[in-house]
Design a binder for this molecule. Structure first.
Ligand SMILES: *Cc1c(COP(=O)(O)O)cnc(C)c1O
Length: 431
């Protein structure tokens, strides 16, 4: 029998009991999440992208003369589609060479009286420098929207009993949002969560959220998808739901489809239905234990990966001292020594179902298919971000990637990185 397929990220599995339409305590996901996060209130939307659109509309209502949004050049293409659908212009900020975060100097040069919002992004659960974004944005009267889509459960602060005591990420910026999409941890198949510290901004978000109209079609569709997810998100089911389509995309050489970066322009907006909220609220009761388990697994595996020559494990950028960052670990992100080594590793082992993937295939301008929403980015330099995009690898941190398979993966990564190293040395000897 073939080996089970490991999901690309550590999503929280659902149990049958989560799906029951009755009983089982908590059914108000917004209050349950607010309590879990330790914040006064959160606002639910039907996706992270929809949450971002509500946030942008809320800010636009406050500052109608501002029409630019600044985001990292290496981020989810849905961010570009959301900004365009709100009639705003996206500007792309290059990344630092030494860290997976926006370059502060570039960010400062992009900020202007046109800027509506700056979007520090906690990519793959690694905590970004929100303080820097706040300083740059507030200096020109703009707002910060923290893209914490991949970081529900990440916190700042000192640890006590294995749990950080401090604030959740998403709470330092003016507005923050999380995604409840498949593969991002807690899921309602699709879902989004908005939070804001300032009462006035919370009211602005609520007003912008009122524009969202119910859709029976989308709610039924998402409900069926959530049931299918609960049924198939297990080692055997994933061969069918994830492994087979992945192999098909790879056999056509379509990395964008393989990574799930092929999004449609249309972003549905509708409320998050009652039943799906209840499913999420029940699963939320297991989220902390799951995050602790995956953080522990990541700590051991990061140490092993960091010991490989030529392999760099991507670490936190934001938070320091008493505000130390404790990110989430859907994946472990690696930077390989060369693009050739990364591409060789992916060409050989992406389709194995052993948990390798790419967070995103390209920087936004390099997809081509999103050019129609990137008009304002034409002169934005993104060279460092492009280099990151060419050398990053995500190793799944799903508990279903067992020890033996992780060891095999480790050897494959070591070989790819090592060969690049030898090539480089041979090259430098020749010169
Ligand atoms: C997934 C993601 C989004 C969008 O969230 P959805 O819930 O999928 O709409 C936004 N930003 C980043 C960085 C993401 O990874």
């Amino acid at each position: 029998m073939a080996e089970p397929v490991v999901p690309p990220t550590a999503g929280l599995p659902l149990g049958l009991a989560d799906l029951l339409p009755w009983g089982g305590g908590a059914d108000d996901l917004a209050s349950a999440l607010a309590q879990w996060l330790g914040v006064p209130a959160v606002q639910l939307e039907c996706s992270g992208t929809s949450a971002l659109m509500v946030a942008l509309r809320a800010l636009r209502a406050i500052a109608p003369q501002r029409d630019e949004v600044i985001a990292p050049a290496y981020t989810c293409p849905l961010v570009a589609l959301a900004v365009a659908q709100c009639g705003l212009k996206l500007r792309l900020c290059d990344l630092r060479a030494d860290a997976l975060d926006m370059d502060g100097n570039v960010l400062r040069s992009l900020c202007s009286p046109q800027t509506l919002a700056v979007m520090p992004t906690h990519l793959c659960g690694r905590v970004a420098d929100v303080a820097q974004a706040l300083a740059c944005a507030h200096a020109v009267g703009a707002y910060v929207i923290e893209d914490a889509a991949q970081a529900l459960g990440a916190r700042l602060g000192t640890l006590q009993g294995g749990s950080p005591l401090g604030e959740p990420v998403g709470w330092q910026g003016d507005i923050g949002f999380y995604s409840l999409a498949v593969g991002k941890g807690l899921t309602t198949f699709e879902g989004g969560v908005l939070l804001a510290r300032d009462e006035r901004l919370r009211q602005a978000l609520a007003r912008a959220g009122e524009q969202v109209r119910p859709s029976l079609f989308w709610e039924l569709r998402r409900s069926v998808e959530l049931i299918a997810y609960a049924a198939l998100y297990r080692p055997r089911g994933l061969a069918l739901a994830y492994g087979a389509p992945l192999k098909k995309s790879l056999s056509r050489g379509d990395w964008v489809e393989a990574a799930g970066d092929d999004f449609d322009d249309l972003i549905p907006q509708h409320p998050l239905g009652r039943w799906r909220q209840r499913v999420g609220a029940r699963a939320l009761q297991r989220l902390l234990a799951f995050l602790q388990q995956t953080a522990q697994q990541a700590a051991c595996r990061c140490a092993r990966l960091a010991a490989l020559s030529g392999v760099e494990v991507v670490t936190e950028v934001g938070g320091e001292g008493a505000n130390k960052a404790h990110g989430t670990w859907p994946v472990i992100l690696l930077r390989l020594p060369t693009a050739a080594a990364r591409d060789a590793l992916m060409a050989q082992h992406w389709g194995d179902g052993s948990g390798l993937s790419l967070p995103f295939v390209h920087v936004l301008p390099d997809y081509g298919r999103y050019d129609h929403v990137l008009a304002a980015t034409r002169n934005d330099k993104v060279d460092c971000a492009r280099d990151w995009a060419s050398r990053l690898v995500a190793v799944s941190n799903s508990p279903w990637l067992d020890g033996a398979r992780f060891e095999r993966l480790l050897a494959q990564i070591a070989r790819a990185a090592g060969q690049a190293h030898t090539c480089e040395m041979a090259q430098s000897l020749k010169e």
